[in-house]
Design a protein around this ligand. Structure first.
Ligand SMILES: [Zn+2]
Length: 104
């Protein structure tokens, strides 16, 4: 069975499985076949909100980045650092620093 964007429902199932059963971006329900509007190439399966969000910024990464920067500027950001040590060597094996958009 062929569907919109030239992929089959089996292709959609395969993509969803490869995405871990969720939207390609968030833990939401994968329900929209997202494609590049210029090339027509399928990018992934998105939930309703992520699909709407991409449409609202017209697939423009600069606008998306601007929105992220805007949120960070105007949030009560809490900075955090996560470190994970290897117990045998004491070496840091994982380190992540950032800012949470939500105050704890
Ligand atoms: Zn999503």
């Amino acid at each position: 069975m062929r569907r919109r964007y030239g992929i089959t429902s089996a292709d959609v199932d395969t993509l969803i499985e490869a995405q871990g059963g969720t939207c390609a971006v968030c833990p939401g329900k994968p329900e929209h076949v997202d494609h590049d509007h210029e090339t027509g190439r399928v990018r992934g399966i998105l939930c309703f909100n992520c699909n709407q969000a991409l449409g609202n910024v017209r697939d423009n990464p600069t606008v998306l980045k601007g929105l992220i920067d805007y949120l960070r500027r105007h949030s009560d950001a809490v900075t955090f650092t996560v470190e994970e040590f290897d117990p045998s060597s004491g070496d840091t094996v994982f380190e992540l620093s950032g800012a949470s958009l939500h105050a704890a």
